[in-house]
Design a protein around this ligand. Structure first.
Ligand code: MSK
Length: 684
């Protein structure tokens, strides 16, 4: 792919092709222009970001300000330096991100409790093996106990993690030994989820913590409460209740919408409602109701991480990632967009008014003015899901002109850490040994986790797919979550054979041998904890050092936009990962030349690397992210004493060898081919 500008030109409307690389998105943006309708893309063009706030030089924490610290050595009215202001802003963002993920985890824990007590209509414990496995990690008795009893105890334990005041969050026991010791020594082991978030808000209130290093230490503790706390709980409970993901065939992009069916798009993050919507949409009563309205049935699809939750478990199609929420409405074919929490644009309501689409909010925590509210409650989950679907069906008759872009790609999602473990070794010797060995031999150069949002200030999907495409050529195994995974799905990187012609020779051999796509879709945003688990299991397997920071691995969020992404990045760095994020650096501003001051952007780079072995950087250019990824992976390989990456060593086995032989041998007989392959003299 040619190198092209990826950031928003200021004060100029981009063409659809400049705004997105996705042809479906381009078609809808063209339609929006024709209809004179705005989207996040056009609003990003019209609204220049605040250059002072963007780099963390504005403090609005009290009514003496807001103070803009643009002058060298300048301070706020209270005397706060730019370092203090940047650190406080950063801590607050991490606290918001950690709170969002963790509150999701809390709701999942309460749902598990309700299911265990038979108080949640339509739900069941789907993965008893995972329930037993997780419970056993915490010493919950499992032998001779019914799943409901175990679930009850696990739910109680998980619920206490939010209000716990002292000690350590229990999922932290799953981290590598050396890492846990480091966190204890540094005083960043999270005590309780709510405690860390509340303390983050307290410390950043006017007149409290005013030492940037000390503040940033609490950013780490608050983020770890997300990654090794709230998010990990969310992933565990989702798997227990809805099934641990395993490969399944799915589809992605706006072309999954159906012209002759009632289209219902679920959007947001929590799987409790969306899973029930899947069940309700397959109910004969609901299908009959849709047919009576003149439709062929109900077509359920998803946007953002709710899409990922039902895509990787049931193969329900993803209509798109974050920036496609408005574009789905522009098709005119969506009867209802059903939203729960996070990443939902308020602009949906005004846009939907120009069409017949109903925006239905469902969470007691989220209302949007002008939207229809049908509150979800797990005690009556199936009944509510059916009511929502009937509302959508009733709206089908109001549909006018539709334009569904004819673009969609197949994909195979569902690579949970449990499945990766199984696929590498099989039922009897499930193990990460083959993955470690492939890295040690150089067949796989290293691992990159590419995650996170899309952002209208960055050319939609461009950074995600440019980086993915090049790293695959360089034999880097790529795992993805969130909106990044949907971007790669649209490029067919998540479909076994379809992506292998664009993959380096060593990685291709591994993909062919194991039977996996070159990019592994590991789930939603909270499922970044699956990546932490994989890294921990690689450490435990041996041969790649004794902690996560030794592994030749990198994390990238090249089109991030949400505070959750800052929390994810921070807990990954504190776990030992080098993380690069796209776009501007929120702690970059340097008006302050006070001697001995700690510049926060230096702290999150060199400072955190010295302390945690991981570092956080913000970069505009995807080519530079690729260069730094490969340099880091090669440096880690060298530090482990592994051979330097050499692609010429690989690519002569498996399908590639057969293909080459096919070309060379043309009309050769079977025996001649056998002889060429195995060096044997034909015996027949
Ligand atoms: S949905 S947080 S835009 S990845 Fe998880 Fe996508 Fe980012 Fe929302």
């Amino acid at each position: 792919m040619a190198e092209e500008a990826t950031t928003t030109p200021r004060n100029k409307r981009r063409t659809p092709e400049e705004a997105s690389i996705d042809p479906a998105a381009q078609e809808m943006l063209t339609l929006a222009d024709l209809m004179g309708l705005g989207t996040a893309f056009s609003r990003a063009d019209d609204l220049a970001p605040c250059t002072i706030g963007a780099v963390g030089m504005c403090c609005s924490l009290c009514a003496m300000g807001p103070c803009r610290l643009t002058k060298d050595g300048g301070t706020g009215i209270c005397g706060a330096t730019i370092d203090t202001v940047q650190a406080r802003n950063f801590v607050r963002s991490v606290a918001a991100g950690s709170a969002a993920h963790s509150d999701h985890g809390r709701d999942m824990a309460f749902t598990l409790k309700a299911v265990a007590n038979g108080e949640a209509q339509g739900y069941a414990i789907r993965d008893i093996a995972k329930l037993r496995n997780v419970a056993a990690k915490y010493g919950i008795p499992i032998e001779g106990h019914a799943p409901e009893e175990i679930a009850n105890e696990l739910a109680d334990l998980y619920i206490t993690q939010f209000g716990q005041q002292r000690g350590s969050l229990v999922p932290v026991v799953r981290a590598p030994e050396r890492r846990k010791k480091l966190w204890d020594e540094l005083g960043v082991t999270p005590r309780g989820v709510d405690r860390e978030v509340v303390e983050a808000l307290h410390r950043t209130h006017m007149g409290d913590d005013q030492d940037a290093s000390h503040l940033m230490q609490h950013a780490v503790r608050t983020a770890l409460a997300d990654g090794w706390g709230g998010s990990m709980i969310a992933t565990d409970v989702s798997d227990i209740l809805f099934g641990t993901p395993a490969p399944v065939l799915g589809e992605a992009n706006l072309g999954v919408l159906k012209a002759d069916m009632v289209n219902v798009v679920v959007h947001g993050h929590e799987p409790t409602l969306s899973q029930m919507m899947v069940a309700a949409s397959q109910d004969p009563e609901i299908i009959a109701y849709a047919k009576a309205a003149g439709a062929e049935g109900i077509a359920l699809s998803g946007i953002c991480c709710t899409a990922n939750e039902i895509l990787m478990r049931q193969g329900i199609p993803a209509a798109g990632n974050f920036l496609q929420q408005e574009l789905a409405i522009l098709t005119g074919a969506v009867e209802a967009m059903v939203v729960d929490v996070q990443c939902i644009m308020q602009a949906l309501v005004a846009l939907a008014e120009r069409f017949h689409t109903k925006i239905i909010t469902t969470s007691p925590k989220v209302r949007i003015k002008g939207a229809t509210h049908i509150e979800f409650d797990e005690a009556h989950a199936l009944t509510i899901a059916k009511d929502v679907l009937k509302t959508a069906v009733d709206n089908y008759q109001n549909r006018a002109k539709i334009q569904i872009p004819d673009f969609k790609s197949s994909l195979i999602p569902g690579f949970s850490h449990e499945y990766i473990n199984y696929m590498l070794g099989g039922s009897y010797r499930a193990s990460f040994r083959p993955l470690n060995d492939a890295i040690i031999s150089g067949r796989i150069r290293g691992v990159a986790a590419i995650v996170g949002c899309t952002n209208p200030r960055i050319r939609h999907d461009f950074n995600h797919t440019t980086i993915t495409e090049e790293l695959l050529k360089q034999d880097v195994l790529v795992v993805e979550t969130g909106c990044s995974a949907i971007a790669s799905a649209k490029m067919s990187f998540l479909l076994g054979e379809a992506g292998l012609d664009r993959v380096g020779p060593g990685l291709r051999e591994v993909c062919e041998t194991v039977g996996i796509p070159p990019v592994l879709h590991m789930g939603s945003c909270v499922d970044n904890t699956r990546i932490l688990t994989v890294l921990t299991q690689m450490v435990e397997e041996g041969g790649l050092g004794d902690d996560i920071d030794a592994i030749p691995a990198v994390g990238l969020a090249p089109e991030w936009m949400s505070e959750k992404a800052l929390s994810i990045a921070t807990y990954c760095v504190a776990s030992g990962v080098y993380v690069m994020m796209g776009g501007y650096n929120p702690v970059e501003g340097r008006g302050d030349k006070v001697p001995d001051s700690v510049l926060v952007s230096e702290l999150i780079g060199d400072g955190w690397e010295e302390t945690y072995g991981g570092r956080l950087e913000f970069l505009d250019d995807p080519q530079e992210m690729i260069r730094r990824t490969l340099a880091h992976i090669d440096a880690k390989r060298a530090a482990l004493g592994l051979s330097a990456y050499d692609p010429t060593q690989f690519g002569r086995s498996g399908d590639a060898r057969l293909d080459a032989m096919e070309e060379e041998m043309g009309e050769a007989t079977l025996d001649e081919r056998r002889a060429a392959l195995y060096g044997q003299v034909p015996t027949s």
